[in-house]
Design a protein around this ligand. Structure first.
Ligand SMILES: NC(=O)c1ccc[n+]([C@@H]2O[C@H](COP(=O)([O-])OP(=O)(O)OC[C@H]3O[C@@H](n4cnc5c(N)ncnc54)[C@H](OP(=O)(O)O)[C@@H]3O)[C@@H](O)[C@H]2O)c1
Length: 220
């Protein structure tokens, strides 16, 4: 039997962290959830277990320790917080998959704070040179996780990265969450993926999608 992979979610109390935790708890994973508010974290763990008694999920108290125990680390935190968290996990995240979900939005939602020749994911890779940074879950809204099929269509979720095996592993996590994974390209494709979500946010505000919206490629 294959050993369960352990996934640490840093920022698990947030909209995305909690949505990802709930969605992938049904998969063959052990989840270590780290957040700043320990009682909110315990409530999240209990909520997941009450819906799924066999879920292997627990609250963690330390970002570095949880990342040390994990095979895969999901940073469900704002782009601005990544530098500090990267410093805490750099050594223990060596050789591991680190999932970048961040969209480096500016305060007005009319642009990104990253220059056009880079992306949040590439900046994270520079901070964690020994890790396999993979872009995923940035083109899906938190609300989509409870409804990954919208208007009868399964929402596509794009993934970018430089390591084939890591892309495959993350594709399986994305599929477990209920989305249709599409490997879009190498890590530089994150520039496009982050701009795609900026556009979707802008369209959502203009046409009142109510944060329940996603991308779908129609093809034959
Ligand atoms: N919301 C979406 O639909 C969506 C979609 C795609 C991607 N994203 C990306 O997902 C990430 C999280 O977004 P969100 O909407 O889930 O935000 P959120 O609800 O504000 O959650 C962010 C989490 O990060 C934690 N955090 C903030 N600063 C931190 C720091 N310095 N160190 C450690 N933890 C810190 C917060 O913990 P405390 O509050 O407990 O301090 C909170 O739990 C962002 O990068 C965003 O661009 C969001």
């Amino acid at each position: 039997m294959q050993t369960k992979q352990t996934i640490a979610i840093i920022g698990a109390n947030g909209n995305m962290g909690s949505a990802i935790a709930k969605a992938i708890a049904k998969g063959p994973y052990r989840l270590l959830l780290k957040g700043n508010d320990q009682s909110a974290l315990e409530a999240l763990v209990q909520g997941i277990k009450s819906r799924n008694a066999s879920a292997d999920v627990e609250a963690a108290v330390c970002t570095t320790e949880a990342s040390w125990e994990a095979d895969i680390i999901i940073l469900a935190i704002p782009f601005e917080a990544e530098k500090a968290i990267a410093a805490q996990i750099k050594e223990v995240a060596n050789q591991k998959i680190v999932i970048s979900i961040a969209n480096p939005l500016n305060g007005n939602y009319n642009g990104l704070v990253t220059p056009p020749d880079t992306s949040a994911a590439e900046e994270l890779q520079k901070l964690l040179p020994g890790s396999k940074v993979i872009k995923a879950f940035n083109t899906t809204f938190a609300a989509d996780f409870s409804t990954p099929v919208i208007d009868g269509k399964q929402v596509d979720a794009f993934i970018a990265g430089n390591e084939e095996e890591a892309l495959q592993t993350v594709s399986e996590i994305v599929a477990t969450a209920g989305f249709h994974p599409i490997v879009a390209g190498d890590l530089t494709v994150s520039r496009t993926l982050e701009n795609m979500q900026l556009l979707l946010i802008q369209l959502g505000m203009k046409y009142n999608y109510n944060w329940l919206a996603g991308w779908k490629i129609l093809h034959n």
